[in-house]
Design a protein around this ligand. Structure first.
Ligand code: SF4
Length: 303
């Protein structure tokens, strides 16, 4: 059995040899965030993937994120160290299911959350992330919007716009574990703390927050001078980054149970294995890639 420092040394030297970059989502295990070249939210990671000069991207996140990197960088090798690291919410909408729904709503503009497969993006008019969702929706000249797959993010956007929105009934099983009562109790315990939650949370949780932000937004908010204590309503992996970047400040997770098991499938062991074997590679078929890229490009132009 190898110790962490031995694994890390091997990963770093192989990363150099392969001309690879390691990108990690804010929900990754602390040890994965610590070896990454860049840690961020879905939008930041896609933008970083698009501009990297590395030949190989080791994507420490879930399947749709690695697919997005492949959509934006078809000439690079994109590795996802555990092929089972999928996003259950993204799997709640399929391209076939979406095509059927589009037939019922022929005039609707389809907006897909970035947490969706390449096939679903290819069936959509425009993509969005939790960081830019309201701006993307506001930019549309659309009478009716079909939003997939997260009903809670969709509901949050609908409270910020006058557009008519029809919501797909998907949800994130990790974020719905966050209950309003937890926030009420923590507010009593930490009266000075700001409450920041992710828009994938339920509306009754969002109603209790000071700020509703993407994970990248939560990290920026934490740097503000007037924020010294924060109750954090999202997946607990982000606590590692918040504490590391803001020594002396206090970060309290709303729930220790807000853990995404799929995000935690990425380990130092499988990152090393993936770099050694150059597998599993995530590649999107060209026909789907071009259509999906059009939806992603429209998003990048709109914000
Ligand atoms: S936290 Fe939720 S939305 Fe994010 S990858 Fe996990 S299941 Fe998907």
């Amino acid at each position: 059995m190898q110790g962490d420092s031995e694994l890390i040394d091997k990963i770093l030297s192989l990363k150099k040899e392969r001309n690879a970059v390691i990108l990690a989502h804010n929900y990754q295990l602390g040890e994965i965030q610590d070896i990454a070249d860049f840690v961020g939210d879905s939008l930041e990671l896609s933008q970083n993937a698009a501009k990297t000069e590395a030949e190989v991207i080791v994507f420490c996140g879930v399947h749709f994120m690695a697919e997005t990197a492949s959509i934006l960088c078809p000439d690079k090798i994109v590795l996802l160290p555990d092929i089972h690291a999928g996003c259950p919410m993204a799997d709640m909408v399929t391209a076939e299911g979406l095509r059927e729904r589009k037939k019922e709503l022929p005039g609707a503009t389809v907006v897909c959350y970035i947490n969706s497969s390449a096939e679903v993006k290819a069936e959509s008019d425009i993509c969005c992330t939790s960081a830019n969702a309201v701006k993307v929706i506001e930019s549309l000249d659309a009478k009716e919007i079909l939003f997939v797959p997260d009903q809670y993010l969709g509901h949050y956007i609908s409270t910020r716009t006058d557009k008519k929105m029809i919501l797909w009934p998907g949800f994130c099983a990790t974020h719905i574990r966050i209950q309003p009562q937890y926030i009420t109790d923590l507010r009593r315990e930490y009266p000075q703390a700001k409450v920041a939650v992710h828009p994938e949370c339920r509306p009754d949780v969002i109603a209790l927050a000071d700020e509703v932000l993407s994970t990248g937004g939560i990290c920026r908010y934490a740097r503000r001078e007037d924020v010294t204590q924060m109750i954090v309503g999202t997946e607990i992996g982000i606590i590692h980054r918040l504490r590391k970047e803001n020594p002396g400040k206090r970060f309290i997770p709303v729930s220790e149970q807000a853990v995404c098991p799929r995000m935690k499938l990425i380990t130092l062991e499988n990152v090393l294995w993936s770099l050694q074997e150059m597998t599993p590679e995530i590649k999107v078929p060209e026909e789907i890639r071009l259509k999906a890229k059009a939806a992603v490009d429209r998003m990048l132009k709109a914000v």
